[in-house]
Design a protein around this ligand. Sequence first.
Ligand code: GDP
Length: 298
Amino acid sequence: AARLKQGLTKTRQQFTKQLAGLFGGGQIDEDLYEELETVLLTADMGVDATQTLLKTVRDRATLRELKDPRALKQELQEALTELVLPLERPLDISTHHPYVIMMVGVNGAGKTTSIGKLTHYFQSQGKSVLLAAGDTFRAAAREQLMAWGERNGVTVIAQDGGDPAAVAFDAINAAKARNIDVVLVDTAGRLPTQLHLMEEIKKVKRVVTKAEGSAPHEVLLVLDANTGQNAVAQVKAFDDALGVTGLILTKLDGTAKGGVIAAIARSRPVPLRFIGVGEQRDDLRPFVAADFINALFD
Ligand code: GDP
């Protein structure tokens, strides 16, 4: 819990401090609700989640005849936890063997770093991992993945230039031959508006299914928390185009926009599998709603 708090320092500095000021004393009145609205919007919760939360805490304050702002803080904490709880659905890789995960996202979101972290995470659970260097556009991306592979002692399937779908196909067959538990397929960063690149990634997905009938078992969208409300738009766009089954929200350590999780929960509640709270390989945490919200409140 202490490490999660540390990882959420920026959001805590802003949101947690503002809450403390808001609920520290005085009375529950319209001014307080107005300020609360501003605090929620500033944390990037978005208009919809903010209005929902305000209504919930207002209703509860009335129902329970609350007078003390500290009691209202408690109500807010509970309402926020309930709001983001649908996102808490941990990744279960025991359902398929090999379990094939396709990693997608825009450039710079933290895809490659997250692959490194996931590799470490699965290995620490005694699972074997194989990586597919499906970002065939950038030689640097392939090298970065190779470096992560080397550091963690896992095989990386790559081709010079070449076709990302073919790399994914080879990787899955190699994983089957070697009895590997998890295959992580990297793909080139792209915007959902780049239609030709979206066609390409759909092809990768189709070929993955050809290599292993039930795969991909997870299409994992990596999002940079710094992008705030834009992350919400990315979830919708990638999900509409490709079908997204899970999210990783990265760089929560460097932003005060942690509230974007509430916006995602309201707009498109795709399971938030992990959060990224730093650049090191163990800076990845499964998302646990109560832990996350508690870290913001005290
Ligand atoms: P990609 O283009 O999506 O593959 O992005 P990268 O994995 O190369 O990451 C882009 C930058 O973000 C790198 O400098 C990473 O070290 C950094 N990064 C990724 N995840 C996190 C995170 O959770 N916290 C912080 N502070 N930096 C991160």
